[in-house]
Design a protein around this ligand. Structure first.
Ligand SMILES: [Zn+2]
Length: 750
C-alpha cells in the first residue's frame, strides 16, 4: 500500500487530502477535474525504461490453443443425461462467447456407450451417447471441445479383476474415496494408467471430433501420493526428494504417452492435466512447463486456510514463471467454493468476478466452472448472468487483455522443492503451513509496496532469465543445489541485488542440511547455531545507528524507538562488523513481571547488508516474511519495503501512485501495454467472499517507454473511457480517476 508519507507528498498537490481519502467510499463523488481524466501525481518517479518491444505475433503460426480467450465448463454429473438440456447448455456458452467447452468422457463413469472394460456406464445413460451429443452441439456453434477424463477412481468390479490397480495403505488394505467408499483410488504407477486410460482415449479418438484430452484428479496437486502397493513399496518413501524425482519421472512419462495418443487423432491435438496449488504444486513445474501446451490451474476459490484474495493471481504468476508464454487458465468456481462447499449453488458475483479478473491480470484466460445441470440448466442460475456479462466484456477487448510479456523489475524465487519437501523449523507447531505463510507474507508485502514482480522457479535461474530483474528475493528458499547457489552468485556478480532470509540455502536439493549457508561468501555471514524459536516474547532488533539524522535507507522512518520487532524464528549468526540491527534475544511474555530482556545488548546481527560492485545484498536471519503474515506487524512491513527499495535503488518499472490496497500487474500486449489494477480495498480481502465493492480514487501511472514508441491512446476498459496522457522524455503518465473492482488501462502505441 502507498505509504502515507509518500501519498501526502505526491497526491496532495492535486487533490485535497480529504477528498482523496474519502474517495475510497463509493458514495463520494470524485472531483470533476479528475473524473475528466486530468493527470494527477507528484514528481516523476525514478523509472527503469521498458525493453524494446517484441516482434509482432505471426497469428498464422500461432497454435490454436493460444488463441483461446474464454474457457467454459459445466461439470457433468451422472444425473445430467437425465436432466440437462443440451441445447440450452450450448446456447448459453455460445452466447457468452466461450471458445472451448469441457465435456465429460470420465473414466469413473462413461458418458457415452463405452466398450472399454470397467468403464461403467452412468446409471442414467441408458445407452445414450450423451458425450457425443454435447460435442455435436458445441461444434455446431463453433466451439472447440475438451474431452475430460478422470483416471483417479474406479469401482469394485475393476478392483476384483485388477487388485494391482489400487493404491494401498501400509497394512496392504485398499485406499478408498472417503465420500463414496465404493470407489477405490487408482495407483498412478500401475497398469491402470498404461492400459485402461489409453483404451478410453483411443475409443474417444475413434468416435468423436475432439480437440484435446484433459485428466481431472491426476496428477495430485498440493501433496505427493502415499501408496504402498507392490510397485510403490519398492520406491523411495513418499515426501522425500528421491520420491519426488520418481514421481515426476512417472508424471512426465504418462503425460508424453497421453499426448502422443491425442496426436494420433490430429497433430495439433494434445493432452493436458489438472495442475494448481500455485507454488506448492506437486508435479515439478519446471519440467511440466517445458512440455505443457495448456496449464490448467485448479484454483477455484478461497478456503478457510487459503483466505487471501490474491490466490488466483498468485497462481497466474506461477504459470508465467514456467510456461514461457504458452496458454494458461485458472478455473473460477462460480459455485460456492470454500472449506464447506455447495457445488450446485452460486457464489457472490463480486467474488466470482475478482477471480476472473485476477486470472486475466496475471496472464491467464478466464474460465467459468459450475457443477451439474439439474432442472434443465441448473436449479441455481445466478452465476449465469455473472459469467455471461463478464465473458462478453472481455470479448470486446481480447487484444488488450492478452499479455505477451510481463513487465517487472523484481524476481521472487518460488522454491517449489522447498514448498513441497522442506518440513519447516522444528520450533513451530503447524509446520505444514510454514511455507504457505512465508509466501503469503512476501506476497502481501510486495502488493502493499506496489512493486512490479514476477515469480522465478529455482530451476530457471539462468542469466538469460534473470537479466531483466534488478533484484531477486529469496524468502526462506531453504533448498538450493550447489549449482543454484552458483547461479545466484553469478547473478550478483553480473550486477543483480538479492534479499535472502532465514534458512535460505541451508539445505541442498536432497534436503541435506549444510553446515553453513550455500552462499555464505556472498551474504558475508556464517551460521552460528540451530534455529531459535520464540518462547513467549519474540526477539527484537536493536537499531545500531551511528548517525540517527542520516539513517541507512533500510532504517528510514523508524523514529522514537531503540528497537524493532524481530521475527518468530531466527538463525543465530556469527558477529559481523558494524551491524545495522542487532539481536535482543527473546524472553518471557507471561507473567509480565518477567517480560524484560535479561540480555538487552548483543553484537549478533539481525540484518546484514552489503554492497559489492553495483550489487546490493541484504540478509535477514529471522523469518520476517512469515512473521509479518502472522502478525501484520508494520515494523516488519516497513523493513521489507525499505530493503526492497534500497536493493532496487528506489527505481520502478511501472509506478502506480494513489490510495487503497491494490494488486498491480503490467503486460506488453500486441497493441501496446496494459496496466491492470485489482482493487483489494475491501473488508473481505483476507477472509470470506467479496460482497460489495469499495471504489478507490485516482491512481497515477508512470512508465518509461522505449525510445521509438509513440502513444496513440490510453483507454480504461472497465470504465469505458479514454484518459488524457502526457509523454515527456519517454515518460508516459496518466491518471485513472477511479477504480471500482478492476480496471485495465490499455495503452495503444504506434
Ligand atoms: Zn502404488
Amino acid at each position: 500500500m502507498l505509504n502515507r508519507r509518500t501519498f501526502l507528498k505526491t497526491g496532495a498537490a492535486v487533490v485535497p487530502v480529504s477528498a482523496a481519502l474519502s474517495a475510497i467510499h463509493p458514495s463520494q463523488a470524485l472531483s470533476a477535474e479528475l473524473a475528466a481524466g486530468a493527470i494527477a501525481g507528484g514528481p516523476v518517479p525514478r523509472l527503469i525504461p521498458l525493453p524494446s518491444r517484441l516482434a509482432p505475433v505471426d497469428a498464422a503460426a500461432e497454435p490454436w490453443q493460444r488463441k483461446i480467450r474464454r474457457v467454459a465448463q459445466s461439470n457433468m454429473t451422472e444425473h445430467d443425461p437425465a436432466v440437462m438440456n443440451i441445447e440450452e447448455w450450448a446456447d448459453y456458452w455460445h452466447a457468452a462467447k466461450a471458445d472451448i467447452v469441457f465435456i465429460s468422457v470420465t473414466g469413473i463413469l462413461a458418458f457415452y456407450p463405452s466398450k472399454v472394460k470397467f468403464h461403467k456406464w452412468g446409471k442414467f445413460l441408458h445407452g445414450r451417447d450423451f458425450f457425443g451429443e454435447c460435442v455435436t452441439a458445441a461444434k455446431k456453434r463453433g466451439m472447440r471441445a475438451v474431452a475430460r477424463m478422470s483416471p483417479d477412481l474406479n469401482w469394485p468390479d475393476a478392483l476384483a479383476a485388477h487388485p494391482e490397480w489400487a493404491m494401498r495403505f501400509k497394512d496392504g488394505s485398499v485406499q478408498h474415496n472417503t465420500q463414496e467408499p465404493k470407489l477405490f483410488k487408482t495407483c498412478m504407477f500401475s497398469s491402470y494408467m498404461d492400459d485402461y486410460v489409453p483404451a478410453i482415449m483411443r475409443e474417444i479418438n475413434s468416435r468423436y471430433d475432439i480437440d484435446c484430452f484433459y485428466t481431472n484428479g491426476w496428477p495430485p496437486l498440493g501433496s505427493l501420493p502415499d501408496c504402498h502397493c507392490a510397485i510403490c513399496s519398492k520406491l523411495p518413501p513418499s515426501g522425500t526428494p528421491a520420491y519426488w524425482r520418481v514421481f515426476n519421472d512417472r508424471v512426465l512419462e504418462l503425460w508424453r504417452k497421453y499426448d502422443a495418443i491425442a496426436k494420433e487423432k490430429r497433430p495439433e491435438n494434445f493432452f493436458f492435466s489438472n495442475l494448481g496449488s500455485n507454488v506448492r504444486c506437486a508435479p515439478d513445474l519446471n519440467r511440466i512447463g517445458a512440455i505443457a501446451q495448456w496449464f490448467q490451474a485448479d484454483n477455484q476459490g478461497r478456503s478457510f486456510s487459503t483466505p487471501a484474495i490474491w490466490e488466483a493471481s498468485l497462481q497466474g504468476r506461477v504459470c508465467t514463471a514456467v510456461m514461457d508464454g504458452k496458454f494458461a487458465t485458472n478455473v473460477t468456481g462460480a459455485y460456492s467454493t470454500g472449506t464447506v462447499t455447495w457445488r450446485n449453488s452460486s457464489k457472490d458475483p463480486a467474488e466470482t468476478r475478482i477471480w476472473l479478473s485476477e486470472s486475466i491480470a496475471s496472464g491467464m484466460a478466464p474460465y467459468m466452472h459450475f457443477v451439474g445441470s439439474e432442472d434443465g440448466f441448473c436449479e441455481d442460475r445466478r452465476w449465469q448472468k455473472t459469467g455471461a456479462d463478464y465473458f462478453r466484456w472481455t470479448a470486446q477487448h481480447d487484444s488488450h487483455l492478452k499479455g505477451r510479456r510481463s513487465i517487472a523489475n523484481i524476481g521472487v524465487v518460488m522454491g517449489q522443492s522447498t514448498q513441497l519437501l522442506y518440513p519447516g523449523p522444528s520450533t513451530v507447531h503447524n509446520r505444514h503451513a510454514y511455507m504457505h505463510e512465508t509466501t503469503q507474507g512476501i506476497y502481501d508485502a510486495l502488493l502493499r509496496g506496489r512493486f512490479a514482480f514476477d515469480l522465478v522457479h529455482e530451476d530457471r535461474l539462468e542469466p538469460e532469465r534473470l537479466k531483466g530483474y534488478s533484484a531477486l528475493l529469496l524468502p526462506n528458499i531453504a533448498m538450493l543445489s550447489d549449482r543454484q547457489c552458483q547461479q545466484i552468485r553469478d547473478y550478483v556478480r553480473s550486477g543483480g541485488s538479492i534479499l535472502a532470509s532465514f534458512e535460505t540455502s541451508l539445505y541442498d536439493e536432497n534436503l541435506k542440511p549444510r553446515s553453513d549457508f550455500g552462499f555464505a561468501d556472498l551474504l558475508g555471514i556464517h551460521k552460528a547455531g540451530d534455529v531459535i524459536g520464540t518462547n513467549g516474547n519474540a526477539y527484537y532488533a536493536r537499531i545500531q545507528q551511528p548517525d540517527a539524522a542520516n539513517p541507512h535507507p533500510i532504517l528510514e522512518g523508524f523514529t522514537n524507538t531503540n528497537w524493532l520487532a524481530g521475527a518468530e524464528n531466527r538463525i543465530p549468526l556469527e558477529s559481523v562488523p558494524d551491524p545495522l540491527l542487532t539481536v535482543v534475544p527473546g524472553f518471557v511474555r507471561y507473567p509480565p513481571e518477567l517480560a524484560y530482556p535479561p540480555v538487552s545488548h548483543t553484537d549478533k546481527p539481525a540484518v546484514v547488508v552489503r554492497e559489492t560492485g553495483s550489487s546490493r545484498i541484504a540478509y535477514f536471519p529471522g523469518d520476517i516474511e512469515r512473521t509479518y503474515w502472522l502478525t501484520g506487524n508494520s515494523d516488519l512491513l516497513r523493513l521489507l519495503h525499505n530493503t526492497i527499495r534500497w536493493l532496487t535503488r528506489d527505481e520502478s518499472i511501472v509506478h502506480v501512485e494513489g490510495p487503497g490496497f491494490i494488486e498491480m500487474l503490467c503486460w506488453e500486449t500486441s497493441p501496446g501495454y496494459a496496466v491492470h489494477l485489482l482493487n483489494y480495498t475491501n473488508p473481505n480481502a483476507v477472509h470470506g467472499w467479496l460482497e460489495s465493492i469499495h471504489p478507490i480514487g485516482p491512481q497515477t501511472v508512470s512508465i518509461k517507454l522505449p525510445s521509438d514508441v509513440r502513444v496513440k491512446s490510453v483507454d480504461l476498459l472497465h470504465a469505458g473511457q479514454s484518459v488524457h496522457f502526457s509523454l515527456e522524455d519517454r515518460v508516459l503518465r496518466f491518471t485513472v480517476p477511479r477504480v471500482e473492482e478492476y480496471e485495465v488501462a490499455a495503452i495503444t502505441v504506434a
